[in-house]
Design a protein around this ligand. Sequence first.
Ligand SMILES: Nc1ncnc2c1ncn2[C@@H]1O[C@H](COP(=O)(O)OP(=O)(O)O)[C@@H](O)[C@H]1O
Ligand SMILES: [Mg+2]
Length: 243
Amino acid sequence: MLKVINLKKSYGSHQVLKGINLTVNTGETVVIMGPSGCGKSTLIRCINRLTEPDSGEIIYKGIPVHQLNEKELLKLRKDIGFVFQNFNLINRLTVLQNVMLGLIKWGLKPKEAEERAIRVLEQVELKNFIHSKPAELSGGQQQRVAIARALALDPDLMLLDEPTASLDPILVGEVLKVMEELTRQKDKSLLIVTHEVAFARRVANRIVLMDQGVIVEEGSPETIFKAPKSWVGRRYKEMIEYQ
Ligand SMILES: Nc1ncnc2c1ncn2[C@@H]1O[C@H](COP(=O)(O)OP(=O)(O)O)[C@@H](O)[C@H]1O
Ligand SMILES: [Mg+2]
């Protein structure tokens, strides 16, 4: 469903992605892990071109994403949901309006958009907060709104960039629970950047480890966390042992 081929990206003289090759199959949950600054966000943002890669190919359902124009890109982003570390909600709108906005933009009538938005907000257990403003919610609730907003458009691929990294530790679980439910939907593929090792071990079909702009190791959670080959893998294995 998604194939990234020899993707490269530099900022000035700093090569952040040094030729990344990555595949995500339909229904698969792939977790990307690696030390801060190794290029995880840059990679995941290049996939729907929130960040422009310098070279390489991104093929999504046979479509060469790297060649799309602005208009085609907007259409693509309906099918590839993105969840940011810092939620990116619109604070002057209510929870319901935040989720409805994209649906209206895509031509749904207000009534239909509202029904669909309420349905996804129920799915993330926020039905009682639909008329609240984001600032009135906890970080965990705000991130669940952001997930609902992405889900409302019914994307086949969801990209999540450290969705729990800004949260108070006691709020992380409620977001992981919602994400875990998503991984059970066999028609959706997920590409998740996270440091949550226990979560990754439980839900990932495949774990991809990055270091300094390259993929240093990938495989099933059992392989990676039991017998890691890379330095990064050994560090994550230690994290599990100390939990
Ligand atoms: N817009 C940018 N301009 C310049 N440097 C950037 C930019 N975005 C990221 N970088 C640099 O690229 C490297 C990788 O960043 P990033 O992809 O955010 O890493 P990660 O998500 O793994 O922490 C870092 O050294 C970061 O400082
Ligand atoms: Mg990042």
